[in-house]
Design a protein around this ligand. Structure first.
Ligand code: HEC
Length: 251
């Protein structure tokens, strides 16, 4: 084992003493480990430890940047696909099939709720006339007359007055409520179309119902609001229906 020069040992001992806060031992015997002395082994109080170089205080925005959770790399692809997902999602919001929301479907519900009790669920009649098997088409060859009748009812037309096709010879005997104030224009057209297309099998009226749906969805026909039982005319109804079928695309 080579001899360590005395001055180096002294320097090492001085350095250890400085670290532990003790006076450097004046003459530590060469070769005796300083760490074995009780003074050097005792842990130094922290306050006397020479301060490590204080880290520069970081600017708040850098601290915030470091603390912020990063977007993981794999999420970036998900973010890129988000607009595509939104696009297809909006696509699913397209109007549902006509059967569910069309004017005829609307009419089915209205008929069951408002009319079936007197005219029968299938239009076979009850306290009100039968409407099925072409019966209602015989009374009202014109849908506009049919609409006006349902809007007004027996009282507004007036007991004893005739209604419908003159060849049918109907006069008002009373008992049919007026529906203009109760049903919206869409519901009222729907229930009339239901009686004609569904109960009496009129294909023209089934086609008209489709044209109405197209016009409503296309924004060229608005069936909100009510028909006014006092002012309604067949002309008004004809004009309304012409605006639906007039610019239809033929299906
Ligand atoms: C309270 C019973 C009752 C209800 C409810 C009722 N009706 Fe009537 N309906 C009648 C009666 C009674 C007549 C005959 C009226 C008269 O002669 O004054 C009639 C006549 C009709 C006629 C003419 C039939 C023909 O050939 O002369 C149509 C169309 C009609 N109703 C449609 C409807 C519709 C649409 C509804 C539902 C929105 C409805 N009715 C609800 C009792 C009713």
């Amino acid at each position: 084992m080579t001899e360590i020069p005395e001055h180096l040992l002294k320097r090492a001992a001085a350095a250890r003493a400085a670290t532990s806060g003790e006076d450097p031992p004046a003459d530590t015997p060469a070769g005796s480990p300083v760490a074995d002395t009780p003074a050097a082994a005792a842990p130094a109080p922290p306050s006397e430890v020479p301060a490590e170089a204080e880290p520069e205080p970081l600017a708040p925005y850098i601290v915030a940047h470091n603390a912020r959770r990063k977007i993981p790399w794999w999420a970036v692809s998900a973010l890129l696909l988000l607009p595509l997902w939104a696009f297809t999602y909006v696509g699913t919001l397209e109007r549902p099939p006509q059967e569910a929301t069309g004017v005829l479907a609307e009419g089915d519900h209205v008929y069951a709720a408002r009319c079936a009790s007197c005219h029968g669920a299938t239009g076979s009649g009850g306290s009100g006339y039968p409407l099925a098997d072409g019966e209602v088409l015989t009374t009202f060859p014109s849908i506009a007359d049919h609409v006006v009748w349902v809007v007004q009812g027996s009282d507004a037309v007036g007991l004893g007055n005739s209604y419908g096709d003159p060849a049918r010879n109907r006069t008002v005997i009373g008992g049919m409520p007026g529906w203009g104030d109760v049903l919206t224009r869409e519901e009222l057209l729907g229930v009339v179309l239901h009686e004609r297309a569904r109960l009496s099998g009129s294909e023209d009226d089934a086609a008209l119902a489709e044209a109405i749906d197209d016009a409503v969805h296309g924004g060229t026909l608005d069936l909100g609001g009510h028909f006014d039982p006092v002012t309604i005319t067949t002309q008004e109804v004809d004009d309304l229906l012409a605006s639906a079928s007039g610019d239809g695309d033929g299906h």
